[in-house]
Design a protein. Structure first.
Length: 562
């Protein structure tokens, strides 16, 4: 990494930033143009988020522009629904392409003319072989291929056949347009790749206007050139495509956009393949593209991840030249760090058991004041009713607890503070027929009200609580990782064998303090001592549904160390 001083501080530059700064310093470009070129055949995932942050972020940093261009060259898989979801995701991340919303389909006429130019130049030909037949002649990386019997057609014949393809005379797969390059190249992408194929399929934007469509390799570089993209940034799997990218630009004698590759984002316990994600959706393994277990941007948005956390995560991961696997705990850490600053605190009791304050008057309600967010004084406070009957979490009580040095919560004759309220002492409990604790009894010390404590008592345990008569019932969806295998990039078998059977646990017994009664979809909360939660779209006027965004700590990492 090169280091420069910027605004009085040192900043490390990644290799792409170094390249851009060199280009600008040498006057190669007056300003930069990047692009984000998604194919609208599915919803974007976390890997795309990194690319969005990189391309739009570089344009912002260097005063350039970033285009949004949809690579819509395969009408069989593309839908307007995906186009709209992609635009929503980019805006949610905080980026704006302004008036530069482009489509490869905008350039179909121009791309067609470029193809004719290659044919007339003798650099492309119409091939009648099927893909299977051509593959038999193609050879191997160490063995040269053999020419198609149609490779030496004259430019005039090729041009006539290409125009007939455009006019719809031929069936799907009957003929293709190939580049005439090098059948002995060790790079198989240079062995006469397909530039155009026949698809009698309506396009989501052009309808039935076209029945031939350019391949990605043909449309990509030429679209970059048309838009005068200065830095075409792709993930490493496109590195072997770069020689073809450069060859086409040279042969067409057009604006020389340049492709540069960087490492894609791979997360452990995660699949970032639209094909595999689509399979999970179509098979009903998840509830949809926006299922909070999915690594799609719409899924993590619904789960409660924030744009600021995603941008911070992308910045932390950085830009590398070689692929690797990033620990998903780093993403979850970025989410916790952001939510800690912005999420309102509330008491949410996941496994409630009734606590009865025996020396509290039957009909008395006292309002306790709690801070909404100790990290943000401007968040203010909230009032919580304190009554004779409360709920605490069952895990906060033990009938036979360990020594006080190992157990700071409630047990017989033990004292704890109910947060924002009083110190209480357990005086007894009642069991049900199955041996479980039904009720816990305690007495409060009236001199220990929080903020007004005159007792001088010191207790180490502090518990969350909710007034039983005022409690709100809620459904809480506890999401965990979708896969149980750490490195999903190395699996050889079916991804279904690696699904986590416990990726979703629904708890309908949760009680929450009444201050959340007016919560809206999308509101974020920290259930104190539990985790971060988002109000889900499935909520109704009579029932709130919460998605667990992340726990307060990386519980998987802790479990693996034991």
């Amino acid at each position: 990494m090169e280091e420069i001083k910027q605004e009085g501080r040192k900043e490390s530059l990644n290799f792409i930033e170094q390249m851009i700064e060199k280009d600008l310093a040498e006057g190669r470009f007056s300003s930069i143009v990047t692009r984000f070129p998604p194919e609208p055949n599915g919803y974007l995932h976390i890997g795309h988020a990194k690319s969005i942050c990189l391309n739009f972020g570089l344009a912002e940093k260097y005063g350039g522009k970033c285009n949004l261009r949809f690579d819509d060259t395969n009408p069989e898989k593309e839908e307007t629904e995906y186009v709209e979801s992609i635009k929503e995701d980019i805006k949610w991340l905080g980026y704006d392409w302004e008036d530069r919303e482009y489509y490869a389909s905008d350039y179909f006429e121009e791309l067609y003319k470029m193809a004719e130019f290659l044919i007339e130049k003798g650099s492309a030909y119409i091939d009648d072989l099927s893909q299977e037949e051509f593959n038999k002649l193609k050879g191997t990386p160490t063995q040269p291929g053999k020419p198609s019997p149609y490779r030496d057609r004259s430019p005039g014949e090729n041009l006539q056949l290409f125009r007939e393809m455009k006019d719809g005379i031929y069936k799907d797969g009957e003929r293709v347009l190939r580049a005439k390059i090098d059948l002995s190249s060790p790079n198989m992408h240079m062995r006469d790749p397909i530039l155009y194929r026949i698809k009698h399929v309506p396009h989501h934007r052009t309808g039935d206007e076209w029945c031939i469509y350019p391949t990605y390799d043909f449309a990509h570089g030429q679209s970059d050139s048309i838009e005068k993209v200065t830095h075409s940034l792709c993930t490493l799997e496109f590195e072997v495509h770069r020689p073809l990218y450069d060859w086409l630009i040279r042969e067409l004698e057009i604006y020389p956009s340049e492709q540069t590759e960087f490492a894609r984002l791979n997360l452990n316990y995660t699949v970032v393949s639209k094909r595999n994600l689509r399979t999970l959706v179509e098979e009903g393994r998840v509830s949809g593209w926006d299922d909070p277990r999915m690594p799609t941007i719409s899924g993590i948005r619904r789960r409660g991840f924030t744009p600021a956390a995603i941008r911070k995560f992308a910045d932390t991961v950085g830009v590398a030249r070689r692929n690797g696997v990033t620990d998903v705990a780093l993403l979850e850490y970025a989410v916790r760090e952001d939510l800690n600053k912005v999420a309102s605190r509330v008491f949410g009791i996941m496994d409630p058991v009734k606590l009865i304050i025996t020396n509290w008057p039957e009909d008395k309600t006292e309002m306790m004041t709690g801070k909404n967010n100790p990290e943000d004084e401007s968040a203010g406070t909230r009032e919580m009713p304190f009554t004779k009957e409360l709920y605490i979490d069952r895990a906060d009580f033990k009938e036979d607890p360990p020594s006080p040095r190992k157990w700071y919560r409630l047990g017989p004759d033990r004292e704890v503070r109910l947060k924002f309220a009083y110190i209480i002492k357990c005086t007894g409990f009642k069991k049900g027929d199955d041996g479980s604790i039904d009720e816990i009894y305690a007495e409060y010390d009236p001199e220990t009200r929080s903020g007004q404590d005159t007792s001088g008592k010191k207790v180490k345990g502090t518990l969350s609580w909710v007034s039983a008569p005022n409690a709100m019932n809620a459904e809480v969806r506890l999401y965990d990782r979708l896969f149980i295998t750490e490195n999903m990039t190395e699996i050889k078998d079916d991804i279904h064998n690696h699904l986590n059977p416990h990726s979703l646990d629904i708890n309908t017994s949760v009680v929450i303090e009444p201050s959340v009664r007016e919560a809206q979809v999308g509101d974020m909360f920290q259930f104190e001592r539990v985790g971060y939660f988002r109000v889900d779209e499935d909520s109704t006027a009579g029932k709130l549904v919460f998605n667990r965004t992340v726990t307060l700590r990386d519980t998987w990492a802790r479990a693996e160390k034991k």
